[in-house]
Design a binder for this molecule. Sequence first.
Ligand code: FAD
Length: 327
Amino acid sequence: HRYNIAVIGAGMAGISAATALIRAGHSVKLFDKSRGSGGRMNSKRTEVGDLDMGAQYFTARDSRFRHELKTWLDNGWVAEWAPALYAYDQNGLRSAADDQQRFVGAPRMTGLTRQLLQGLDFASQTRISHLVQHEDKHWLLVDEQQHQHGPFDRVIVATPAPQAVALLEQSPHLAHAAAQVQMQPGWALAVAFSDPLPTPVEACFVRAGALDWISRNSSKPGRTGQDSWVLQSTPEWASDHLQLDAQEITRELLAAFAEVIGCSLPEPLFTHAHRWLYARPADACNWGALAAPEKDLYVCGDWCMGGRVENAWLSGQQAANTLMEKR
Ligand code: FAD
């Protein structure tokens, strides 16, 4: 049977579910509240180049994901990034080279999701506010302008947990599960300099102070433009500084950055601060995906498996498979 399926959320989980269902011959429509796709695999286009403000890179451990990744690499949608890796703690900065393979979208993080969405039926800038199930079991999606979309035979909700709760009202047990999941905030600061900073650091795990990660964005494959960096705060620091304005965030995170790399910073050419309210799930669940098959309602997202790109993809595959297993 060929189903007409709605997927809400065009991040890695939603795109993964959508592509698996289309490969199996189903008809899928994707919805996202944002203008572009990719969700937390976000990049910002700026005058100093494309800056990855969300996921910094991804790893590939599961054999199914590695198999898919090979196609993406062959197509040039993804490239390996092997930064000069450092770690910083109370004892200072040291090299932390490892043999972990790291991958990024090319030539920006959203390069991958944009390619994966090619040819898919995608409604952007459409925030779904609730779902209505008719007596004949068909679903209608209602957006914030009160426009209705559908009817659909099946719905997959692929948004972060806090945003999924309202969409899962028709299934109290799914809504309850999503409401249990805590997602942590994070601040990301992009900064660029006209002359490259005199440091060999291209990436750094930080284990002291406000920051937990530093990327030299311009060291990623295919990125052009100035010497650009993305600094990410710890979730704890973000929770304590959620309401600070962008100027204060910039001042504090640049001071922490200067301390890590051990040099005084010239006046930046560009800065941009982004607050993620739902950056990563606080705890890893092991659900894979969630389902209310009697209602033809399915849920996926990184929070169903642990907050990483690979888990979002695997969760999307699992939601699609669970949907297709039901006769
Ligand atoms: P999302 O990407 O959040 O996609 C959900 C989509 O749903 C969004 O596009 C959103 O706009 C849309 N949406 C929400 N509500 C609605 C609605 N009502 N109607 C319509 N659309 C809606 N992972 C790694 O593997 N490595 C990393 O280095 C890494 N670093 C990270 C750094 C930061 C700062 C952040 C924020 C995340 C990082 N992650 C990292 C995590 C990774 O980005 C996520 O695990 C993954 O991208 C989540 O994909 P998803 O599809 O589950 O959710």
